[in-house]
Design a protein around this ligand. Structure first.
Ligand code: HAM
Length: 414
């Protein structure tokens, strides 16, 4: 009986080298842009105590209610594969006493995240996120800086996107606004979808997200949180917008913007790309001034974002370029070791180099070098020859050192 065919689990994917090179390019760009703004590399475990996400992301969110990969370890502890990175960053901030460092503490991360969602184009169960968080200051310039960094990253990677921006105010404003909104929803309860009706008490804000026609009509007449902001929150938001205006970045002020996580206060934003279809969110984030305290730390403001790696790659037009290699060909079998050593020396001299490793004939090797788009071929035999692949010109060199000088320097040393 044939063994069952093994495949990557539903909603996951392999990264093959062609795609991997674009991922590498994206990561290098993100590290560079965020690094220059002072965001230091940060990593946290891929799994955490389940309680972190239940408390951090919010018990009423889809993520916590339906989408977490939760399991028990051998000691009976409940662990969860991280569905997002902000809760882990805040946990680490508290655990390592980072509030004692100069503030704000700026972190950037890149890695796999997990959500048990129905897979479709741009939506996976394991996906990559690039993220940035700034903890320990409520300066509106951090909100603006982070938005501009994500805007710059998307632009540099060739992603066309629209920025939606809003403010949710503080917890108190949200609470009294929540009551006002609940009253509005209850007044017109019969017009709402069943899902929205079931969430009036726990999460009335999510009603703005609904596609249901009746619900949309009710929401069009709903009170707006943006009109209820306390004066200092309104001022904070005005400053964020002024900084974005100064930078010349366009945005749509969208009071219906609701993010799928509970920790947000004040600024929220989302970048959407029309080319992505239904899963149009490329990246988003906002301020979460109560989260660190909620996780048992000192009262600490924070702001950040995360963007989906696969969605940026899908929507982005940027290609990766890699340096064409030098190909080291083997004239006769007895020259195998010399060729192997020469390739190693070339790499040591900073040249991308590959050596014949599949027993091809010399003709087959030249064809292979062509396929690899090699800039030059060094043929190692009783003599060493260097062939320039763009001109076809061949020169004999005295030894490996001279061959390296020729390919590294682009000419003979004589
Ligand atoms: P989020 O909006 O849930 O925010 O996720 C950020 C990005 O991750 C999304 O815009 C999307 O590109 C990508 N993403 C989410 N789920 C999937 C999926 N199933 N498949 C593919 N890509 C996906 C957060 O995670 C917050 N932690 C962002 C944040 C940081 N807020 C403050 N700091």
């Amino acid at each position: 009986m044939a063994a069952p065919k093994l495949q990557a689990p539903r909603g996951t994917f392999d990264v093959l080298p062609a795609d991997g090179r674009r991922r590498d390019a994206l990561r290098a760009l993100a590290d560079d842009l965020l690094g220059r703004a002072g965001y230091g590399p940060f990593e946290s475990p891929v799994f955490e105590d389940t309680a972190l996400f239940a408390r951090g992301v919010g018990a009423s969110t889809d993520i916590v209610q339906k989408e977490m990969f939760t399991f028990e370890d051998k000691g009976g502890r409940s662990l969860t594969l991280r569905p997002e990175g902000t809760a882990g960053a805040c946990r680490a901030y508290v655990e390592h006493g980072m509030h004692k460092q100069p503030q704000p503490v700026k972190l950037r991360y890149w890695g796999p995240f997990f959500r048990h969602e129905t897979p479709q184009a741009g939506r996976f169960r394991q996906f990559g996120q690039i993220g940035a968080e700034a903890l320990g200051s409520d300066d509106p310039s951090l909100d603006a800086e982070l938005i501009l960094l994500l805007d710059g990253l998307l632009e540099r990677f060739g992603v066309k996107s629209r920025l939606r921006l809003s403010s949710l105010g503080d917890a108190g404003t949200r609470e009294s606004y929540g009551e006002e909104l609940r009253a509005h929803l209850r007044d017109r309860e019969s017009e709402l979808s069943e899902e929205v009706r079931g969430r009036i008490d726990t999460n009335p804000l999510r009603a703005f997200d609904s596609d249901h026609a009746g619900t949309r009509k009710v929401m069009a007449a709903a009170p707006r949180l943006l009109d209820r902001l306390r004066p200092d929150d309104a001022e904070h938001f005005a400053e964020v917008r002024a900084l974005l205006d100064d930078a010349g970045v366009g945005y749509d002020l969208d009071p219906t913007l609701v993010r799928g996580l509970d920790y947000y206060t004040r600024t929220v934003f989302e970048f959407e790309s029309p080319s992505l279809g239904a899963q149009s969110g490329v990246g988003g984030g906002g301020r979460y001034d109560g989260l660190v305290e909620q996780l048992g730390g000192p009262a600490t403001p924070g702001v950040g974002w995360a963007a989906g790696v696969e969605r940026i790659l899908l929507a982005g037009s940027a290609d990766s370029t890699s340096e064409p290699p030098v190909y080291v060909a083997i004239a006769k079998d007895e020259h195998r070791r010399a060729a192997f050593a020469l390739a190693r020396e070339l790499r040591g001299a900073g040249v991308a180099a590959q050596v014949e490793q599949a027993g091809r004939s010399i003709k087959g090797q030249m064809k292979h070098a062509d396929r690899l788009d090699a800039s030059a071929v060094v043929i190692v035999g009783d003599e060493i020859e260097v062939k320039d692949m763009s001109t076809g010109e061949r020169v004999s060199v005295a030894d490996a050192r001279e061959a390296i000088a020729v390919v590294a320097g682009g000419g003979t040393s004589r």
